[in-house]
Write a protein that binds this ligand. Sequence first.
Ligand SMILES: [Zn+2]
Length: 295
Amino acid sequence: MTLNAVRICGFAACVWLLVVAQSHAEQLQIEADRDWTTAIAPFRIADGLYYVGSRGLASYLIVTPAGDVLINSNLESSVPLIRESVEKLGFRFKDIKVLLISHAHFDHVAGSEEVKRQTGAKYMVMDDDVSVVESGGKTDFAYAEYRYPPTKVDRVLHDGDEVRIGGMVLVAHKTPGHTRGCTTWTLRVRDGERLLDVVIVGSWYVNPGYRLGDGHGQKASYPGIPGDYHKTFALLQSLPCDIFLGAHGDYFDMLEKLERVKAGARENVWVDPSGYRAAVEARRLEFEAELKRQQ
Ligand SMILES: [Zn+2]
């Protein structure tokens, strides 16, 4: 994106400024990547719900007597890390029967083919993300150059569909915008005596380079994208939430909450209904500001 800006810009001083900006952006990307590939100890969130991702890329394991569910396979290089995390918790990677995703971007799905190969899990993906994962990223509206092994989808999900296994019910909420089939997962879990509503946010961000409408000689990233974001925020506002999670740890301040665990917090730090409401509202306002900026 920054490279395109350099090309479009076309005169020396501006190019120099943008080159400086680019190296900063590259630096940020390198930092993000480092977190993406840095292992952290897996941890329990509630009964049967565990975090098995890296510092920067979230993966969740849902354990049931009939087999387990993995949400997000992440990068191709993440699969051994996820496997190690599952085994450290005392579970078997092979017991994963269902593979789900937050959305069809390479940092959440590139490892899916390998997870399927190692576990035989059924891959279940929201309708409008299916062509993206089955083409290995080729049909993505924003990141067609980031390719990964194309992965066959075994069950096409639609908005509101349920994935039922061993007494767990996961509901697939279509929250499009970030990708067309971006999926927010909800489920109900126990934490001791308490029954808690979990929300795993698919994504709520407008990435650099996304076009929210036609204009300035460019077309929208896809037709109807602003309406999709509006629907997504309305849905997220309506969901009951006790345990607040998402596709990346920074959606729900994971590292800060882990510090509280380390410091001996007695409460379950993942129960954060007000943090969820505040985050939805903050992201919604950011989206509205970006929409205005682009008009
Ligand atoms: Zn993404």
